[in-house]
Design a protein around this ligand. Structure first.
Ligand code: F6R
Length: 652
């Protein structure tokens, strides 16, 4: 172990991280099962500090962040205020940043964000919170930022600074290239930062090009710094900041020099850290079956060798000799892992009738299964598991697709306009008298004509947009139909989604009941659901939470004993290869058919509202991901397929 690693180990131990023989980590990093647990820990720390300062009769100066990461922390603080009487009367807060230009009452402003997430729900005095002013003339910014910094200094500096991390490693809006001594200033945003925000702004062109941000030095001056990161999208930057060199290319790496910093991350964001990715290089570990699978597949990829060709020397040279000592020869381990992977592959996702199912992912019986595919948005079914969906229908199962949300905010205005025009013209041509319908459509048309940027759609317009997506989902079900077997769509229109903005309500009893009622009615043998747990406020996560809660309520019922739950991943990432429990292969023709199924979602094609960072269309993302999974199996030495969809079984 080198001296640096030893020092870090001591520092990590001081910060409560123990049990590591070697650490590559230069920032104390706490890994939690999920964002909720981590956020509770952070909120507790903040609450303790606020209370301690109260006891001393002193103000508590917080540096606050926006974005998706801190939302769960704010929600917990609000809960503590309501249920435990945590008071914010002695809190003074300074936000890290604000877009420029930005009106404080815009739905995109950080002022609005902070009020909605925290300030309006606690007893902080209005005059005690400060944000950079995005609404001043550019010429006054230099003066403004100086005053902002002076104000922080007057308050005695920041006691606790909360941070998120950008996909490019930024902290605040200190983009790559920012210097360690940078002060509060106007910053031009990176393309990647703007692209990441494009979803929320409903298109890249709405995202401001600049922001006022506290500088790196202002952040480094805080007495305590806590950075949050959730989800696999943050994993590469967490690794770079925690284990990499200090560099202006990754501004978060500057925090390695802070005397009192901690990163709080969930398991997915920690995924690339050495102690998670290759824990056998860090410590003696328990070689469980899943760890062996992880290590062997990792070794095979690293050495670019199929599993069956790995040698004893390969294992020994790569820190896995104790695995051999405990579990037999390289030859035996290779065959065992190879077989396990082989057994995940099946063209019969609903089980193969009349076949020995000992080593198959699904049961043979009952031969005809009732299946519910939960699709958070109206196109996730076909995008994420279109090949499997088709096979289930082709193989005669009774397939129900539960479209959980209306997906209405993702339809562009002109698309809605086109449909409204159609209905109005159609009614006119055939003299159809439906004053109710005409009124809804006429009002929507009128609203769209005068709609300002960032204005929330009226319920009528949302209704039209929802209908468009409903029609597309129905078209997909008709497309997937095989002989007389047509999947049945169920439109659940979960209420949490219906805000008309990207900000959703929290999950409610009604949402859970809708799901529970459907499960109870169908009594499925299989449930497919989107297992995206990354973004704690993302639609997929809330949709999953509702399913999990509904299953929790129903799990003691008899029919649930026969119900297996399979999780697929949404648009962003695939399961790690060692996690996959069912891989459904697709031929080139099946890939093409899936593509045509995705094309039924015309409103989500060619320049969609929520394009996000990835400029590829949904069918391209799906195909690249599915062929990527097939290539990984091929690299490991298994059969070479055109594409594969992957699932993990969730046991309740
Ligand atoms: C926000 C901020 C940014 C975000 C970062 C991560 O005030 O300063 O640095 O923390 O872009 O954003 P999320 O949490 O949305 O991934």
């Amino acid at each position: 172990m080198n001296t640096e690693a030893l020092m870090i180990q001591t520092q990590a131990a001081d910060n409560g991280i123990v049990g590591q023989a070697i650490t590559y980590e230069k920032i104390p990093t706490q890994i939690y099962a999920d964002a909720k647990d981590a956020s509770k820990a952070v909120a507790n720390e903040i609450a303790d500090l606020i209370r301690a300062k109260q006891k001393e009769g002193k103000p508590c100066v917080l540096g606050l962040a926006t974005g998706s990461s801190p939302k769960t922390v704010y929600a917990e603080l609000v809960r503590m205020h309501r249920q435990e009487g945590l008071s914010f009367k002695n809190v003074i807060s300074f936000n890290l940043d604000e877009y420029f230009p930005m009106k404080p009452d815009s739905i995109y402003s950080y002022v609005r964000f902070m009020r909605e997430q925290l300030f309006d729900h606690v007893d902080i005095a209005k005059e005690n919170y400060f944000l950079p002013d995005g609404d001043i003339p550019e010429a006054l910014i230099t003066d403004f930022v100086q005053r902002y910094e002076n104000k922080i200094a007057q308050m005695g500096g920041i006691d606790f600074q909360l941070l998120g991390i950008g996909g490019n490693g930024h902290i605040g809006f200190n983009e790559p290239g920012s210097l360690i001594n940078s002060r509060t200033r106007l910053m031009t945003l990176d393309h990647s930062t703007r692209a990441a925000a494009a979803m929320e702004f409903g298109g890249l062109h709405h995202v401001p090009k600049k922001a006022i941000t506290m500088g790196v030095s202002s952040i480094m001056n805080a007495k305590r710094v806590v950075l949050l990161a959730w989800g696999e999208r943050k994993a590469p930057m967490i690794k770079a900041a925690v284990e990499g060199p200090v560099t202006e290319l990754v501004p978060a790496s500057y925090l390695q020099a802070h005397p009192n910093v901690s990163f709080f991350v969930d398991e997915r964001a920690a995924n690339d850290l050495t102690r998670i990715k290759t824990p056998w290089l860090v410590d003696t570990i328990e070689w469980t079956n899943s760890m062996i699978k992880k290590a062997v597949t990792h070794l095979s990829f690293t050495l670019n060798k199929p599993i069956l060709k790995l040698t004893t020397k390969d294992y020994n040279d790569n820190g896995m000799s104790d695995m051999l000592a405990a579990h037999g020869s390289a030859y035996d381990i290779n065959i065992d892992v190879f077989n396990q992977l082989q057994h995940t592959i099946t063209g019969w996702p609903g089980g193969k009738p009349n076949a020995d199912d000992t080593y198959r992912p699904e049961r043979a019986l009952p031969a005809k299964k009732r299946v519910i595919i939960f699709s958070p948005h109206p196109d996730d079914d076909i995008i994420s598991m279109g090949g499997t969906f088709q096979r289930l229908v082709d193989q005669g199962h009774e397939v129900h697709v539960a479209y959980q949300t209306s997906g209405n905010i993702a339809v562009a205005d002109d698309e809605a306009f086109r449909f409204i025009d159609f209905v109005v013209d159609y009614n006119h041509r055939f003299g159809i008298e439906s004053p109710e319908a005409t009124k809804i459509f006429e009002e929507a048309k009128e609203f769209l004509k005068h709609k300002k940027d960032s204005e929330i759609d009226t319920p009528q317009v949302r209704y039209v947009k929802g209908l468009i997506r409903r029609g597309e989902a129905k078209a997909t079900c008709r497309f997937v139909k095989y002989q007389d077997n047509e999947p049945t769509p169920h439109f659940l229109d979960m209420p949490f989604y219906e805000t008309g903005t990207i900000q959703k309500k929290g999950i409610g009893e009604k949402d859970i009941k809708i799901i529970a009622d459907l499960i109870e009615k169908i009594k499925p043998h299989q449930i497919y659901a989107a297992g995206d747990f990354a973004d704690p406020h993302g639609t997929h996560k809330v949709c999953w939470d509702a399913i999990e809660a509904a299953i929790g309520q129903l799990k003691h019922k008899n029919f649930m004993k026969d119900c297996w739950v399979w999780l697929y991943r949404g648009a962003w990432a695939e399961w790690d290869i060692h996690e996959i429990e069912m891989a459904v292969p697709m031929s080139p023709d099946q890939v093409m058919r899936k593509r045509l199924g995705i094309f039924k979602h015309q409103s989500q094609k060619d320049g969609v509202v929520f394009q996000g960072e990835d400029s590829r269309e949904f069918w391209q993302r799906a195909e690249e991901r599915n062929s990527g999974t097939a290539q990984l199996y091929d690299k490991l030495g298994l059969a070479e397929y055109e594409a594969m969809e992957a699932f993990v079984r969730w046991k309740f």
